[in-house]
Design a protein around this ligand. Structure first.
Ligand SMILES: [Fe+2]
Ligand SMILES: [Fe+2]
Length: 464
């Protein structure tokens, strides 16, 4: 088997852009936070090994972000992307909080629901926010560990929302009890959000204002010294920032990833994707399994299977850029919502094409909703333009979509899913892939409540 070596920072930088999408931040937020935070780290004289941990904490600080998107949407009946973006500008003062709540609660909901939403926040706001942040931080730290990062990095992600004065969440630890990486990451995050929305002076003023409250005063002073340098801001605004951040990875040597490590990263990131919506929980893992079953059945070699499993794990990465008000909607999507939903395939392609090691997966991410008869999206490709790899993943994808709960219908039995697949065979999906999946499942019967896979498959065979 071929072995590859690729820089970990290159992959993580690119994945951080997917996290920006979910946070509703302007693209490159985590990369800019990384630039700002590592400058603060250098300013206070951190050792190279610590700076390297800080560097990855900053790029991955939002790893758990997708896990509370659905709940934000359900509780506040708002578009989670703009909610999260604007929430970061709120400093906790009553007038700001009220303005925020009135501006964001249930913009698309009726008056009664909106009223109840606001009431719920007024009565349970603190508890709700604590729960949301706890889920986000714990999940983020777990995923960082799964990506083989140190406890330093995982702990940095875990305590991102704690404040110097003890008023943060979810635990309310204070001062130096808060890991240094978290303290720097929170400051860098706020600095970037303010410099992007209101400019350099606003960012400097905001950091100074929150010194001793949200932030460690010593770090605020370090930021003040860094922010006094014009070249710091010129580089921060430069189009080359991504490359500059990549090239300035601290440490004796850049961390490299081999194929096994890339598999772990893809699997961990699949959890970020699936955490976005309760209806996609476990979807990427199951699509990877069904894809592998089809590929094995088709006699594809181990390298090919590995490639397909990764493609399956990451095919829906673009969903991070779609609001949960669309993803989780129980009813029919209107034209605009449907347009937003369909864009996830383009987002998947765009994100994956920027990751050198995953660039070959981009075409599968971009084409997994195409159909053989040209009626799919986003490009309306026809059969001769749809590669076998795409056909395999898209068959696995639709099989899982049919056999899992959806916002608009309950899961259906395997037998029914196969009859739907066979009805569209040749127009929607490739019969070779459907056949392979059916064969594979017959060898490994999958039981569902009220459904006997083997019997169901046997019946279909008899009817065919
Ligand atoms: Fe999809
Ligand atoms: Fe999917």
């Amino acid at each position: 088997m071929r072995t590859i070596q690729i820089r970990l920072a290159e992959i993580i930088e690119a994945l951080s852009k997917a996290l920006d999408l979910t946070e509703g931040q302007p693209p490159g937020h985590c990369i800019r936070a990384c630039y700002i935070g590592t400058h603060i780290g250098r300013e206070i004289g951190m050792a190279d090994s610590e700076l390297q941990e800080l560097y990855y904490t900053l790029l991955l600080k939002d790893l758990g972000c997708s896990s509370n998107a659905a709940r934000i949407c359900e509780l506040y009946m708002a578009d989670d992307l703009s909610f999260k973006r604007d929430f970061k500008l709120v400093d906790g003062s009553l007038s700001q909080v009220l303005r925020f709540v009135l501006g964001h609660t249930g913009m698309q909901a009726g008056l009664a629901e909106r009223f109840r939403g606001i009431l719920n926040i007024m009565q349970n706001g603190g508890k709700i926010a604590t729960d949301l942040i706890q889920t986000r931080c714990q999940r983020g730290a777990e995923i960082a560990r799964q990506m083989r990062f140190t406890e330093g990095v995982a702990g940095g992600v875990l305590s991102l929302d704690e404040h110097w004065n003890g008023g943060g969440k979810p635990i309310g630890i204070a001062g130096e009890e808060i890991p240094l990486y978290s303290r720097i990451a929170l400051l860098a995050q706020v600095a970037d959000i303010f410099q992007m929305s209101a400019g350099r002076e606003a960012a400097i003023a905001e950091i100074a204002k929150r010194a001793d409250g949200w932030f460690d005063p010593a770090l605020c002073a370090a930021f003040g010294r860094v922010a006094a340098r014009d070249d710091f801001w010129t580089t921060l605004r430069s189009d080359e920032l991504e490359t500059i951040v990549l090239e300035s990875e601290p440490g004796q040597q850049a961390i490299m990833a081999d194929d096994d490590y890339l598999d772990d990263i893809a699997a961990a990131f699949a959890r970020v994707i699936d955490a976005k919506s309760p209806y996609t929980s476990g979807h990427s893992d199951r699509v990877a399994l069904f894809t592998d079953l089809i590929a094995e059945e088709m006699g594809i070699d181990e390298d090919g299977r590995r490639f397909l499993r990764r493609a399956a794990l990451l095919h829906d990465i673009g969903k991070l850029g779609v609001s949960n008000s669309v993803l989780d909607k129980p009813g029919k999507l209107d034209d605009e919502e449907w347009g937003a939903m369909k864009r996830h395939a383009e987002f998947s392609e765009m994100i994956l094409s920027h990751i050198g090691a995953f660039a070959d997966l981009a075409k599968i991410g971009g084409a997994h909703h195409e159909r053989l008869d040209g009626k799919g999206y986003p490009r309306g490709l026809t059969a001769d333009e749809i590669a076998m790899e795409v056909r395999i993943v898209s068959t696995a994808d639709v099989f899982d979509a049919l056999t899992a709960d959806r916002p608009y219908r309950a899961a259906m039995p395997i037998s029914k899913a196969f009859s739907i697949l066979w009805e569209g065979a040749g127009q929607s999906h490739d019969p070779i892939c459907i056949e392979a999946l059916e064969r594979a499942l017959r060898k490994t019967p999958l039981q569902q409540p009220g459904d006997a896979a083997e019997t169901a498959l046997g019946e279909r065979q008899a009817a065919a």
